[in-house]
Ligand binder design. Sequence first.
Ligand SMILES: [Zn+2]
Length: 241
Amino acid sequence: MRHSRLTLLVFTTTFTLVPAVSAQDFGYFGEDGPPHWAELTPDFAVCGSGEEQSPVDFSRRALRGRTFNRVPASYGSTEGEIFDTGHTIEVETEGHNVLTLDGIEFELVQFHFHTPSEHTIRGRGADLEVHLVHRSAAGELAVVGVLIRRGKSSGALAPFFELLPDEPVGRQHLTDEFDPADFLPSNRANYRYRGSLTTPPCTEGVRWIVLADTVTITDEHMARFAERVHFNSRPVQRRLQ
Ligand SMILES: [Zn+2]
């Protein structure tokens, strides 16, 4: 780690993360792709100058020091609205879903997907990654990332992929409630680090929890998602040693 424990403590108590809202759009290819995000607007400058940018690759050595056995979350019955942001498929959530980290309570506000996965583990990624985004009362963010590979079943994620329309439409209220805990693999071993949003404005100070194990999605659901979202994955920004 670059920071001493003391520095991190000070950082934690004094830094309030409020992502800037910008009308500037960004992309994943060409002139507005990830290498150029910092040039698109001064609001995105930290995408280029930041020192704790996400996503990361977890090296074998990094994994030894960062592995935890449980995800400190209390999830339950949740309602949601699904919509296409233009960059991903997102579900805004309503329910009492609390993640507690560093003594701070973070409430789940939304989850969304990236293809292929953004985080890699010992250099290996997956077909998809879901990000469960939590926000504290002070506006700080904590994100739980789960890598998703192709398999026989889409498990608890199936209903969201069944709902994907062929064309972008407005928000759809999900008729069935769901439990975000069901999105996590049964083995809850996870890695933690301090990073950033993986989309502009790339704001830092985000507490990341990335599950070591994967869940699965069917070929059919993967194809359905890929039709709507072709590629929305920021390259690995650094390798955690
Ligand atoms: Zn994300």
